[in-house]
Ligand binder design. Structure first.
Ligand SMILES: Nc1nc2c(ncn2[C@@H]2O[C@H](COP(=O)(O)OP(=O)(O)OP(=O)(O)O)[C@@H](O)[C@H]2O)c(=O)[nH]1
Ligand SMILES: [Mg+2]
Length: 460
């Protein structure tokens, strides 16, 4: 497939600011012509002799001036990221020089690329599907090795292949239905009913697994919000510092030390997380503390996991968290802290906490902090079997489309089982295909596509 775009776009592909090298990209029919006007190769006698997909050394010269010493790479269509003629200029990484070269290219007739427009062209020109396009952007934002592994799989097209496999099955069913409609005497669907039903159940199972994977996939991409909360002086800040392995939050024997929420990023056995320390929750007339406690509750409400800290040496269960938040929706791990002060004391949790998992630690012990880290990892990763798969959904858009596909497929199966007729069955199957197509970008509405790519970086 070749490009339908008749304009040539350009943009700075590297981050703004001073750097060793900056890269300016040009893509479109005029790329080579524009680059030839400003690039004077030194390694070969003329621009025409520059080899495709190799770096050529030379100078940017225009308006009788020399702008920069650069390396230039041309990638002729269709063997480029966008499937168009692409030129990359690797210049010195100062903002002024990079923008001056960009301006030369714009003055020669290129248009400044919108955010994500290079990737959008790669997608619209059929080089990558929408999940791969999303992966290119997520790659830049990956916060952990685990996140990177997940995105690399998506970039390699694993999610695309899985969806295509399900689509193939549904297309096969649809072809049987259509054959049945066109040649009623052959009764095609009904001679294959058992086979179709089995394939439908298999496809539903695949979709269910994918939908389940989204919860983890999204969190691995965005990071888990883990909130440390509890009464004052129970050791929340000390635990935060232990998990971060740095003295980030002030620890003090006086209750009410932490007054505002403190958020820091870290990884827990490879899982990206935001750890949030909060003000101790208690009755107070102090206006600043009240505000801090308010902030603690708002952090708790947004948490993916709450570490509810109790001081074993002075246990108190007077705060009923259920009165403030819907504890059925947010997992809570009870951290019984200061075990070193009461090594022989074991705590019986009150009834309302009985169903929660708990761990006894001393925040002063590195071993115990590691135990807690492992517990958090198990908590996040092991729950409900929704853990890492080779192929995962990584954003809400993909998840919603997969849910629509599953609902349409289940409806199709119900239609087939109740024998409502081939036409209705065909409608449900077509809806399934449309929803599956949305995941990979084949049937995604234009405004949604524009919205997706507008969130990409400039020059990507
Ligand atoms: N012995 C012992 N002391 C601890 C432990 N964890 C914390 N502490 C001490 O308990 C006191 C309070 O610790 P913090 O981490 O400031 O407690 P906090 O829950 O953040 O308190 P606020 O910010 O006031 O709500 C400090 O003196 C800590 O050194 C522990 O496991 N064992
Ligand atoms: Mg504190």
């Amino acid at each position: 497939m070749t490009s339908d775009f008749n304009d040539t776009i350009t943009g700075i592909a590297t981050a703004p600011g001073e750097a060793g090298v900056s890269i300016i990209r040009i893509s479109g029919d005029l790329s080579l012509t524009l680059a030839a006007r400003i690039f004077k190769p030194k390694a070969v006698p003329s621009f025409e002799q520059i080899k495709d997909r190799t770096m050529t050394y030379g100078w940017i010269e225009a308006e009788g001036k020399t702008f920069d010493e650069v390396l230039l790479c041309i990638m002729k269509k269709p063997h480029s990221f966008t499937v168009e003629d692409v030129v990359e200029i690797h210049c010195h990484g100062g903002s002024f020089i990079t923008n001056a070269i960009l301006k030369l290219i714009l003055d020669l007739g290129a248009r400044l690329a919108a955010p994500g427009e290079f990737t959008q062209r790669a997608f619209l020109n059929g080089r990558i599907d929408l999940t791969q396009a999303e992966a290119t952007n997520d790659m830049i934002k990956a916060q952990s090795q685990l996140g990177l592994n997940m995105v690399v799989n998506q970039l390699k097209g694993k999610l695309y292949e899985k969806i295509e496999k399900i689509k193939e099955q549904v297309t096969w069913m649809l072809s049987l239905v259509n054959a049945g409609i066109d040649f009623p005497e052959e009764d095609t669907v009904f001679t294959h009913t058992d086979d179709i039903l089995q394939k439908m159940r298999d496809a539903e199972h695949e979709l269910q697994r994918l939908i389940l994977s989204a919860e983890t996939g999204i969190k691995i991409r965005e990071g888990y919000k883990i909130v440390l909360a509890g009464k004052p002086n129970v050791g929340k800040s000390r635990i935060l510092n232990g998990l971060l392995e740095e003295s980030r939050s002030i620890v003090n024997q006086a209750p009410g030390t932490t007054r505002d929420t403190i958020e820091e990023s870290c990884t827990i056995h490879g899982i990206p997380a935001s750890l949030i320390d909060t003000a101790g929750i208690h009755e107070t007339a102090d206006e600043i503390e009240k505000e801090g406690i308010q902030r603690a509750f708002s952090a708790i409400q947004k948490a993916d996991l709450i570490l509810w800290v109790i001081d074993i040496s002075n246990p108190s269960f007077s705060i009923k968290l259920a009165e403030y938040i819907d504890i059925s929706t947010i997992p809570i791990l009870i951290v019984l802290n200061k075990k070193d002060l009461m090594p022989d004391q074991s705590i019986t949790l009150p009834d309302e906490w009985q169903s929660n998992d708990s761990i006894e630690i001393s925040a002063l012990q590195e071993n115990d902090i590691e135990k807690l880290r492992k517990k958090i990892y198990d908590f996040i990763s092991g729950s409900k079997g929704k853990w890492i798969e080779d192929t995962m959904l990584t954003n809400l858009r993909q998840k919603l489309a997969a849910e629509n596909a599953l609902a349409a497929l289940q409806q199709a199966r119900a239609s087939l089982e109740s024998g409502v007729g081939e036409e209705l069955f065909a409608v449900d199957l077509t809806q399934t295909l449309t929803a599956l197509g949305e995941i990979v970008g084949e049937t995604t509405p234009d405004d949604m596509l524009n919205q997706i790519f507008s969130k990409f970086c400039i020059g990507k």
